[in-house]
Every structure is written in structure tokens, then in C-alpha cells.
Design a protein around this ligand. Structure first.
Ligand code: BGC
Length: 715
């Protein structure tokens, strides 16, 4: 292949080379017809294949041929803790992208959830680098199986939307190595991603798309990446500095394609001898290599996979992800599942009927369909049950969109200067309309046998370009929930939203279900869980703090500030912080309930081949229903002090068991799973001493622990 690439390179003129390294449309580069090199087509990502846009305008083509499967958002997917479902989800995404004629899908989004308020958290997987890496690998493999490139994003440390194009994120080496880089490393070295997206933000003073250490040293040299680096749309700021690092394709949001930094400005500098053509050749080589891998070039061109979209198999897979990813947070007195023979049921809350596919920013989807919770419940119960719906709270009319598409607008100076709008502004419960809605909801709740409240967030809040200003529920929902709990203390509460919210009423609620945005099959999956056809098995892949004030970013004030943020909490992100500093949380990392019960026995750890450790145990489903449990393995130094987290996830397995079934299970760990990054040695080091190995069903619910002694290793 390398030989063929070099041969092709010889034949290309400078203009032809440049055509391949920058946008010639909003979602494509130029091809070279003369040499049969096709244009390269991109699409967002990550929750399906985005609607078709005009080549040079942010206006949807608006034909009726680009409806697609709407996948559960990455937060739902991560809550499945099921690698096979991650692969399936990637497969659907890749097959649909290919079916729509795309060469690259701009997914998966794997940034660490550093603060619950980041507007794009719903697009990301988790707060844990190991879990993110494991999922990224599977998603990427699934995508690329279809002759479509994944583009793992946003590299790196892209953790806030405020001032997203310019903010300078200050992070120390250890924090980068332990928290923010491992998932990207795995995506490249194990997932084999053909592409990676350079993030908008700066890291330690330098824009990610011109960051020598990130791109040349770490990505190319250390991790051996030989695919393409694509800039986020509008993330390139200068010609020479970007051309002279490993950034291959410049994409942006404006239609002046010839004026992109990698177009005429780069040509000029090359012709004047200010930039060596070898830099461009290397970029073109990377692009051609990717094209060969995708069978866009070469002997297998005729056999390139053709993809498919909207297949019944895709819908089935999306249903499974939704059903496995919805999390049962609380179930006092076995309130759930609800009986399905019921005369009159109240469904209250606007999120019962809101469709979420079309929102959120670049991950918006033109869904073939989306079954909202209300429809799912009605379809499940059928005509003999009266389902009384009331919105319960008022969502104010959306402000009129401007003439310019948000995506183009998002790089304007005004947009960059804008700060998030405080959510409390949207409390409408004191308006006449708001009061009337609450009255109506209370009246309905009183006369029904069961009440399900379905609220949460929507893409006004979980949205690209804006961070949330607080963790409170919008539209005064807390007041509505409190009022409803007074008349129906046993009501079930369902939350739909992309990131944690404060739930001040949670101690008084009997049952709480968290669904994120679970895709086109949301309503079916949710109804199946509420009424017991499906036994819930989702587990949180992020911590739900009690209040925002409890979070590390609230304590250090280093979030959602324009200009510069310092990751002062270091490696103490998510549960690493709450566990180590003993801060109480609402629902911990790894938490999620089931309608059955599991017990464990025969724990032991043994040395295995190649310096591995085998953690053995027997798991039994001792309840009356089939179900799944996610067993999680954590490690930590016995004396972590202030330096190391007390627990870090290093292994997990989702196990499906019939009622009464027992199974012997082994989870493998490696000795490196006890190591920490040593900045002086520039390596992961396991210091000599005692370590804990803990096996549990959440970070707090540890069922067995043992101590191990290490003599010390350096990797
Ligand atoms: C987003 C990317 C997205 C790109 C293309 C950017 O605004 O940050 O995630 O892939 O646009 O739509």
C-alpha cells in the first residue's frame, strides 16, 4: 500500500494535493478526477447520520430520503456497560453512514465528563477513562467494519462549551496521562480508528490543531498513529503552525473554501518556500492511506461495502441499547414494575411527549421515527387502560432562530463571548398558564390509580455551544414534582436528560428511572421496563452528585469560564473525587438496580500467564426473574493519601443470568492496572507496596476486597 501511495503522490500537482486536505464543501473535501481519487464525504455523528446539507450552505437539502435510525445517545450507550452493544451501536452507525454514501462518521465522542454542566455531556460516554476506552474500541470496530472511518473526537480535553473555540485548558502531565488521554490512546491502538478530530480548545497555551506535543509526539510517535487528523469545524487558526504539525484535513463552517488556511494561504507559503512541501505530502499520504483502508482506492474498490440504512436489524439493536441502558435509580418497596392491568393511569410531564432527535447541535438527527414515552406507554397498555396525559409544566416558546445557522454562527465573536443563560429564568410555575397546568396535573393525578411523572431536560439545555448554568431542573419542575408527591406519594418518576440534575425530592420518591436520550425506541424500552417486560440492567457511567456545589469544579471554580481554565482537581474527576474525598453523592458511579437479586461467592485472585491477574468468582441470580448484573473491578493503593484516587475502575463484565442460574466468572487484570503516571520517569509506575483489589456492583457497593503486594514495576 505504501508503495502505491507514493506512486500516486508523484502524480499529484500541488493544487490537487491541497484539494485533498481541506474542505471543498461543508462536509467534503475535493477529489482528483483525473486520477480517480474520489472526494471524501463526512457526516456527523455520533447518534446517527445527520441530515443532508447543501454543499456550501448550512441549509438542509430537505429531501425525504435522509431519514435515519436515531441511536441512543452515548450516555445511554455507556450505561449498558455492554461491550457487545457498543460494537452493535457502532456497526449500525457505520452501516447507515455507508448506506448514505459517507466515508467518515464524526464519532464517537469520548471526552471525559469533568463537570455535569458541560452542554455536550450527552454526546460523551462517561467520567471514567477505562470505561470510555473500552467502549470507544468497540464502537470504532463496529463503524469501520463497514468501510467507513470513525473519527474519534474531540482530541483533547474538550470539556466545556463556554468559549469553546478559544478557551485555554491548563492541565498537568499526570492528569493528561491518567484521565484525558487513555481513552484516545486505546481508540487508536486497540480500536484502530482511521481518524481523530483535533479539538477547538487550546491545551496549555496552544490550539489543539497545532499542538506539537499532542499531535506529533504523543499521537504519531508514541501511539504510532498513521491515519488522518481532521480539524474540528473551524478549529484551525493559522497556516504555517498548523501545516507543520500532524494535522491533515482542515474543515470549517464557512463557504470560502479557497480561503481556508490549507487552501490558497498554504499554496502561497509553499510557493514562496516558507513551508516545505514535505509537510503537505505527509498529509496527502495519510489521506490516501485512509482511502485505501476504506476500499475507496485499490483493487477492492469494486467490493467496497455499500451499507444500509433504516433496517429492521438496526431498529432491533437500538431497542436493545435503550432497554439495556435505562437506569433504575431507586425502587423502594418494589414499587416497580407496575401492573399492566390497570384501569386509569396518569402520565404527567412534558418530556412524555417531547421528541429529542432534532436537537442538541451537530448530533441532531432526522429520525425515521422516535417513539416518545407517552406513545410507548400507550402502545404497551393498549386500549383497555385509560392513559391521562397532562404536561404539568410550561416550556416557554423557543426564541426565533436567526438567519444564520447556529453552526456557522457558533464561531462568531458574539457567540464566543456569550455566557450560558441561567436555567432558573425558565421557571414558569408562577405564570397563569403555569399555574393552570399544575392544577390540571394535580386533578388528573388524584383521580388515577397510578401516576408516572416524565420530566428532565431537553436540548435547550443539553446542547453544543452552551454549558448549563446550574444542575437544577428547568421550568420549575421541582415544584411540580413536590406538589404531585403530596397527592400521590407513590408516583414513579422518570427523568430524561443528558446529564445529572439535582433531585431534592429523591428521598421522598419511591421509584426513579433515568433514561438519558435513549433514541428512536425510547418509549418502547421505557414502557417495557416500567411494566416489567424488561428487567432493568443499566448502570450509571457517571456520578450523580447531590448538588452542583458538591462537585470538584464547583469547589475550584474552574469551569465554564471564558479565556482560561485550570484543571485544578487534577486526576480527581468524577467518582475518583467523591470516593477519595468522602463526599456523599445522590447516585454513585456504577449504580443501577434490577428487579432480581444477585449473590456472589468463591472470590479469589490468582496469578495467570503473562503477568496477568485472574479475578474469579461465582455469581448467582437468586431472584425470580432473568436479569443482568455488571460486575466491576476497582484497584487502588492501600494508602492512597491525597495523591492517588482510592478506587479506579480496571475491569468489568455484564453478565446475563436466568432466574436461579449460577456462573463462574473470571475477569482479567494486568499488573499495569495498579500503576500511576510518574512525571519524572515519564512512565506508568507501580510503586512497591500494598494495593487493594475490590469487586463490586457499583463503586460504593463493594462485595469483596483483598490486598496485594507489589514489588514495583515501570512500564
Ligand atoms: C462539532 C463537531 C462536529 C462538527 C461538524 C463542530 O461544531 O464540535 O463535533 O463533528 O462541528 O458538524
Amino acid at each position: 500500500m505504501e508503495h502505491k501511495i507514493n506512486e500516486l503522490l508523484q502524480k499529484l500537482s500541488l493544487d490537487e494535493k491541497l484539494a485533498m486536505v481541506h474542505g471543498a464543501g461543508l462536509f467534503r473535501t475535493g477529489g482528483v478526477e483525473r486520477l480517480d481519487i474520489p472526494a471524501f464525504y463526512f457526516s456527523d455523528g455520533p447518534h446517527g447520520v445527520r441530515a443532508e446539507f447543501h454543499n456550501s450552505k448550512w441549509i438542509a437539502v430537505n429531501q425525504n430520503d435522509d431519514f435515519v435510525s436515531y441511536l441512543p445517545c452515548n450516555s445511554t450507550l455507556a450505561s449498558t456497560w455492554d461491550r457487545e452493544l457498543a460494537y452493535k451501536s457502532g456497526y449500525v452507525l457505520g452501516e447507515e453512514a455507508r448506506g448514505r454514501g459517507k466515508d467518515m462518521i464524526l464519532a464517537p465522542g469520548i471526552n471525559m465528563k469533568r463537570s455535569p454542566l458541560c452542554g455536550r455531556n450527552f454526546e460523551y460516554l462517561t467520567e471514567d477513562p477505562y470505561l470510555a476506552g473500552e467502549f470507544a474500541v468497540q464502537i470504532i470496530k463496529g463503524i469501520q467494519e463497514n468501510d467507513v472511518s470513525a473519527c474519534v473526537k474531540h482530541y483533547a480535553v474538550n470539556g466545556q462549551e463556554t468559549d469553546r473555540l478559544m478557551v485555554d485548558t491548563i492541565a498537568d502531565e499526570r492528569t493528561l496521562r491518567e484521565i484525558y488521554l487513555p481513552a484516545f490512546k486505546k481508540a487508536i491502538s486497540e480500536g484502530g480508528s482511521y481518524s481523530i478530530m483535533g479539538a477547538y480548545n487550546k491545551l496549555n497555551g496552544s490550539h489543539c490543531c497545532e499542538h506539537k506535543a499532542l499531535l506529533d509526539e504523543i499521537l504519531r510517535k508514541e501511539w504510532g498513529f498513521d491515519g488522518t487528523v481532521v480539524s474540528d469545524w473551524g478549529a484551525v487558526h493559522r497556516t504555517k503552525e498548523t501545516a507543520e504539525v500532524s494535522m491533515d484535513i482542515e474543515m470549517s463552517v464557512t463557504d470560502n473554501f479557497d480561503e481556508y488556511f490549507f487552501a490558497n494561504p498554504l499554496k502561497e507559503k509553499i510557493e514562496k518556500g516558507e513551508i516545505n512541501i514535505a509537510y503537505v505530502d505527509e498529509k496527502v499520504r495519510n489521506v490516501l492511506r485512509m482511502m485505501y483502508r476504506l476500499n475507496m482506492l485499490g483493487e477492492d474498490k469494486e467490493n467496497r461495502k455499500k451499507g444500509a440504512y433504516n433496517t429492521p436489524e438496526h431498529r432491533e439493536a437500538m431497542y436493545r441499547v435503550a432497554a439495556d441502558g435505562i437506569v433504575l435509580l431507586k425502587n423502594e418497596d418494589r414499587k416497580l414494575p407496575l401492573a399492566s392491568k390497570i384501569k386509569k393511569i396518569a402520565v404527567i410531564g412534558k418530556n412524555a411527549e417531547v421528541m429529542h432527535a432534532y436537537g442538541g447541535g451537530s448530533s441532531e438527527i432526522k429520525a425515521l421515527y422516535e417513539i416518545c414515552p407517552l406513545m410507548g406507554i400507550k402502545m404497551y397498555l393498549g386500549g383497555n387502560t385509560r392513559v391521562c396525559y397532562a404536561p404539568g409544566y410550561l416550556i416557554p416558546e423557543k426564541k426565533q432562530e436567526g438567519d444564520v445557522n447556529w453552526q456557522q454562527d457558533s464561531v462568531s465573536a458574539e457567540a464566543l463571548a456569550a455566557l450560558p443563560v441561567p436555567v432558573s429564568e425558565n421557571d414558569m410555575t408562577d405564570t397563569d398558564e403555569g399555574k393552570a397546568l399544575l392544577e390540571q396535573a394535580l386533578a388528573i393525578a388524584k383521580e388515577c390509580d397510578e401516576v408516572i411523572f416524565i420530566g428532565g431536560l431537553n436540548h435547550e439545555y443539553d446542547v453544543e455551544g452552551n454549558d448549563r448554568a446550574s444542575m437544577k431542573l428547568p421550568y420549575g419542575q421541582d415544584k411540580v414534582i413536590e406538589a404531585l408527591l403530596k397527592v400521590k406519594p407513590d408516583m414513579t418518576i422518570v427523568m430524561i436528560g443528558g446529564a445529572p440534575v439535582e433531585m431534592p425530592w429523591r428521598d421522598r420518591a419511591k421509584a426513579i428511572v433515568w433514561a438519558y436520550y435513549a433514541g428512536m425506541e425510547t418509549g418502547n424500552a421505557l414502557a417495557d421496563i416500567l411494566f416489567g417486560k424488561v428487567n432493568p440492567s443499566g448502570k450509571l457511567a457517571e456520578t450523580f452528585p447531590i448538588t452542583y456545589a458538591d462537585t470538584p469544579t464547583a469547589k475550584n471554580g474552574e469551569f465554564a469560564k471564558p479565556g482560561r481554565i485550570e484543571l485544578k482537581e487534577g486526576v480527581f474527576v468524577g467518582y475518583r473525587y467523591y470516593e477519595s474525598k468522602e463526599v456523599e453523592v445522590a447516585y454513585c458511579f456504577g449504580h443501577g438496580l434490577s428487579y432480581t437479586e444477585f449473590s456472589f461467592s468463591n472470590f479469589e485472585v490468582a496469578e495467570a500467564e503473562n503477568g496477568k491477574l485472574a479475578v474469579h468468582f461465582t455469581i448467582s441470580n437468586v431472584g425470580e426473574r432473568a436479569g443482568a448484573e455488571v460486575v466491576q473491578v476497582y484497584t487502588g493503593p492501600a494508602n492512597a493519601g491525597d495523591i492517588h484516587p482510592v478506587k479506579e475502575l480496571k475491569g468489568f463484565e455484564k453478565l446475563y443470568l436466568e432466574a436461579g442460574e449460577s456462573r463462574d466468572v473470571t475477569i482479567m487484570l494486568s499488573k499495569e492496572d495498579f500503576a500511576h503516571y510518574d512525571c519524572e520517569k515519564k512512565a506508568f509506575v507501580t510503586e512497591p507496596g500494598e494495593y487493594k483489589l475490590m469487586v463490586g456492583v457499583s463503586v460504593q457497593d463493594i462485595r469483596w476486597e483483598t490486598k496485594l503486594v507489589s514489588k514495583g514495576t515501570i512500564q
